[in-house]
Design a protein around this ligand. Structure first.
Ligand SMILES: [Zn+2]
Length: 143
């Protein structure tokens, strides 16, 4: 049995798993199929395939727009909670200058910090809702 076949079996098995597990693996920067941790070559750069289960991470052009949307949504959500939460808790004496600094730091740093997790979270959600096996890694053939 090829590694691609084993991966396809794991993907079919993942259909029965919970959305919570998929989100946990995504947030934990783990492989969406097997949960293996060592899937990043560097900060934000995935390997071509999972070293444990050979699930391919190379996708068609435009695939990672979903990760970008997740990353921006998390940053905007954090900004909204920070901004509105601070205003509600401190009105009428809102500390505008510290709030501005904190908001700029949130919007500037959070997308960078969350970037790898946004990619794995996108892959996990995509696999959960569309559990079709990805193409075999280049150089291998499914048998
Ligand atoms: Zn894996």
């Amino acid at each position: 049995m090829s590694s691609h076949t084993r991966t396809a079996i794991r993907i079919v098995g993942m259909q029965k798993r919970s959305l919570t597990r998929a989100i946990g693996r995504g947030l934990g920067r783990r492989c969406p199929v097997c949960g293996h941790r060592g899937i990043f070559r560097s900060w934000g750069e995935l390997t071509d395939a999972c070293p444990n289960c050979a699930y391919a991470f190379v996708r068609e052009e435009g695939y990672w727009v979903g990760a970008l949307i997740i990353n921006m949504a998390v940053a905007m959500g954090a900004f909204f909670v920070l901004f509105v939460g601070t205003m509600v808790l401190t009105v009428p004496d809102v500390p505008w200058a510290p709030l501005l600094v904190a908001a700029l730091a949130t919007m500037g740093l959070l997308p960078i910090v969350f970037y790898p997790s946004s990619k794995t979270l996108w892959m996990a959600l995509d696999l959960y809702f569309h559990p079709s096996p990805p193409p075999a890694p280049s150089g291998t053939q499914a048998r």
